[in-house]
Design a protein around this ligand. Structure first.
Ligand code: HSE
Length: 465
């Protein structure tokens, strides 16, 4: 008979007065304790420490064990931190010793070193790990997963992608019975803020980044965000989960938003679209329909205003998932910030703590599909191309031939005459049907060489259809 049945049986047999004090209510039974170590006490770490302490009783009830914060590893433990409501003696510079005695280690230091060694040491000593470290997961996820499996512990990382938004667990668990076809994510709040402001004000990129910096939305050095590195790390993690295939950050094609001009934003407006920096993870299928590769890329793209992602404003994030059976799903919310990110961290802490009590662990790495990562040239999408051309007979035919010769089919053409007389010029805006990136690049090269084409003013991918 299980212990639960045994207790229920005995309770039925006695009067209320006879119930022993420790069984009178669930809260009166002393709970076991799990030791939690926190690595890092920046914006996210201090929010995590605060939630752990302030919500201690509720978390204990939800887990079935008290979560005892046994230490917080920081570089300067002597620094006063009045906003973090913990005993100052918990701060230590000795992260290595700290992780050896914990049941659960929360890593919010970020970066590769020393985070990687600390996580590996923690696992070796039997701790489950909760991390927000997208850079480390995107660079060396398989090493961490292998250590988790070897040591029979959990590796959870909901906060590594899109802050507060639950997307890792839906991918790892809720959607694991389905086939994910495509993931389109706005996973970087800084760039979404900048592009959204460019759209609403008509201002250029440099000016808008300065504004974003003044408002605290962009870092003093915004490179990781505006060049797409942050989004590329998240794309690698999402693609690995979606397609059961290892994808590292160096396999992600990456273009940032520094070249996006006010004219590009205006061009998007004219076709009732917005420009977003998208993290795109797609399953590529062969002629028989079988999955043959994955395409993983980060680049600016036009997306129709009618698409749900177009309504993601300011610094918000969203991840749009297309799955065979589930259809379209969108996950939306705050992608950064101390409290939103700590919500995701604490959710993981509760999950791994529950597993420890139950004596099991959550999902391990799933990389069985082992698909190749397709070269960017094989990626297929639609394109918006803006040309400055001479306005005389035969120009449109020549331009159309350049597309046809490279197998790129034109969906729409719009011409606007820019001048009068024999030397008049025109602007041509062409939107294509789906074509490969290499076919489009070859078409652009061919257009550049035509004497009737003054310039390929710009081209941009069009996603979401
Ligand atoms: N810098 C990121 C952003 C948040 O702007 O969304 C952390 O990944």
């Amino acid at each position: 008979m299980s212990q639960l049945n045994d207790v229920a049986g005995r309770v039925e047999a006695v009067t209320p007065e006879e119930i022993p004090a420790e069984m009178a209510s669930p809260t009166s039974t002393p709970l076991p304790t799990l030791k939690v170590a926190l690595l890092g006490c920046g914006v996210v770490g201090s929010a995590v420490a605060t939630m752990l302490v302030r919500n201690g009783d509720d978390l204990a009830s939800r887990v079935g064990a008290r979560l005892e914060l046994i230490g917080i590893a920081v570089r300067r433990p002597e620094r006063p931190r009045p906003d973090v409501p913990v005993d100052p003696s918990l701060f230590t510079a000795d992260a290595d010793t700290l992780v050896r005695s914990a049941d659960v280690v929360i890593e919010v230091i970020g970066g590769i070193d020393p985070a990687r060694e600390l996580i590996l040491t923690a696992m070796k000593h039997g701790a489950s790990v909760v991390t927000a470290n997208k850079a480390l997961l995107a660079e060396d996820g398989p090493t961490l997963y292998a250590a988790a499996a070897e040591n029979n512990v959990d590796l959870y990382y909901e906060a590594a992608v899109a802050g507060a938004i639950p997307i890792v667990r839906p991918m790892r668990e809720s959607l694991v019975g389905d086939d994910v076809q495509r993931v389109l994510g706005i996973v970087n709040g800084t760039t979404n803020f900048v592009l959204d402001k460019m759209d609403s004000t008509g201002a250029g990129f440099a000016e808008t980044v300065e504004q974003a910096q003044a408002l605290g939305y962009a870092e003093a050095d915004p490179t990781a965000d505006v060049e797409g590195f942050d989004a590329a790390a998240k794309a690698a993690i999402l693609a690995s989960l979606a397609f059961h295939t290892r994808v590292s950050i160096d396999q992600v094609h990456r273009e940032g938003i520094t070249e996006v001009s006010a004219a590009d934003i205006q061009a998007a407006r004219e076709m009732d679209a917005v420009v977003k920096l998208l993290a795109i993870c797609e399953l590529v299928r062969d002629d028989s329909g079988a999955p043959s590769a994955v395409s993983v890329r980060v680049h600016p793209a036009m997306i129709a205003r009618s698409h749900p992602l177009a309504s993601v404003r300011d610094a918000y994030n969203a991840v749009f998932v297309e799955a065979s059976a589930a259809g379209e799903l969108m996950f939306y919310g705050k992608g950064a910030g101390g409290e939103p990110t700590s919500s995701a961290v604490l959710g993981d802490v509760v999950a791994v703590a529950r597993h420890r009590l139950a004596g099991g662990h959550g999902p391990a790495e799933s990389a069985y599909a082992d698909l190749p990562v397709a070269a960017m040239g094989q990626a297929t999408t639609r394109y918006h191309i803006s040309l400055a051309v001479a306005d005389r007979p035969g120009v449109l035919a020549q331009v159309a031939s350049a597309f046809a010769e490279h197998g790129v089919s034109i969906e729409t053409v719009r011409q606007r005459v820019l001048g009068e007389g024999d030397e008049s010029r025109a602007s041509l805006v062409i939107v294509t049907h789906h074509a490969t990136d290499s076919a489009l690049a070859a078409t652009v090269d061919a257009l550049t060489g035509l004497d009737t084409v003054d310039a390929v003013v710009s081209w941009m991918r069009v996603e979401g259809a």
